[in-house]
Design a binder for this molecule. Structure first.
Ligand SMILES: Nc1ncnc2c1ncn2[C@@H]1O[C@H](COP(=O)(O)OP(=O)(O)O)[C@@H](O)[C@H]1O
Ligand SMILES: [Mg+2]
Length: 318
């Protein structure tokens, strides 16, 4: 079976004066899947979305979106895609209902009123449909923005940080919307700084590092790349360095301390390092062990290991 790609880019480049925002973006998103473009601030996620949605022209490289050449067939690309940016596109002076009807009419959707109502319902906005969008909460506003991008039933939807700044309820509504879209066969490319979000939603994750994709794969594949996390919790904080020395020797990886929990851990890809062996080695070294574990890495571990950058999303959201 051959895979059809809804988004296929090769070596996309973009400069802003001296800033090399994209340094050769290679991306392949299979039709009907969700791709998570993951990376901290400034790695080029928004630039990638703006290029792939024809809002910016690439300085180099090429891409096909839904089978159309990004540059030569830009109009055809635009007809097939929807995009929700970091900045809202809805008009605050209009009500939610008016906004969606306007979009539907602009895009010559059949039955604009019914389509607007259907989307208002889907995003839990029916009750506030006749209030001006300017009084909506952040979550409602994001929902309306997302609804607006879906008016035309795009084949490929681009979402730039769709949940940044949302409360947990708003975030889970967006997540559900993405799952529904995928179930309907829509291809979704979303950018995020939230590792958990990529883990939850994406079939494939493209890990961005300074303007290009550093690694890509399913969440499980990315985690497998870096192995597991071995950890020891000791009874006495003074034993931490000894436990660390054991972990260092067993994993060949620099141990990380958690002094509050009296814990020390390190990443390992060594398949012979089992939990019994870990316990035995610590025991032999006379470490007063309270607990030991060998767990799959989180995407945080993956990010840190593969890009050398701290990916703590909470710190990155200004
Ligand atoms: N219009 C612009 N003019 C100048 N520099 C820009 C512009 N847009 C983005 N950049 C720079 O390009 C880099 C990537 O930015 P961006 O794509 O917004 O990253 P992200 O969305 O991952 O935070 C950053 O260094 C940013 O400052
Ligand atoms: Mg951005």
């Amino acid at each position: 079976m051959t895979t059809t790609y809804a988004v296929l880019s090769e070596g996309l480049q973009k400069h802003f004066g001296p800033v090399h925002a994209l340094r050769g973006l290679d991306l392949a998103v299979a039709e009907g899947t969700v791709c998570g473009l993951l990376g901290p601030n400034g790695t080029g996620k928004t630039t990638a979305v703006r290029l792939l949605t024809t809002l910016l022209r690439p300085d180099g490289g090429s891409a096909r979106i839904a089978g159309h050449d990004l540059v030569r067939e830009a109009a055809a690309v635009r007809r097939r895609i929807g995009v929700t940016g970091q900045y809202a596109s809805v008009d605050g002076d209009l009500t939610g209902r008016e906004n969606l009807r306007l979009f539907a009419r602009l895009h010559r959707v059949r039955g604009p009123a019914a389509r607007a109502d259907e989307l208002l319902e889907r995003f839990g906005l029916a009750e506030v449909a006749d209030r001006r969008a300017s009084v909506y909460s952040g979550g409602m506003r994001r929902g309306l923005d997302l609804a607006a991008s879906l008016v035309r039933r795009p084949d490929v939807l681009f979402l730039d940080e769709p949940t940044t700044g949302l409360d947990p309820a708003g975030r889970s509504r967006v997540w559900q919307a993405v799952r529904d879209l995928k179930a309907d066969g829509t291809t979704v490319l979303l950018t995020t700084q939230y590792l958990e979000e990529a883990d939850q939603l994406a079939d494939e994750i493209a890990l961005m590092d300074r303007g290009r994709v550093a690694h890509s794969g399913s969440p499980a594949e990315l985690k497998a790349l870096i192995g597991s996390y071995a950890e020891a919790v000791v009874a006495d904080g003074e034993a931490l360095p000894r436990a660390a020395a054991v972990l260092d020797r067993l994993t060949g990886c620099e141990p990380v301390f958690d002094h509050e929990r009296h814990a020390v851990g390190a990443l390992t890809t060594d398949p012979t390092l089992t939990l019994p062996r870990l316990v035995r080695e610590l025991d032999t070294a006379g470490v007063p062990l309270l607990d030991a574990s060998l767990r799959p890495p989180t995407l945080d571990d993956v990010f840190l290991r593969l890009t050398g950058q701290i990916a703590d999303s909470e710190e990155l959201v200004a």
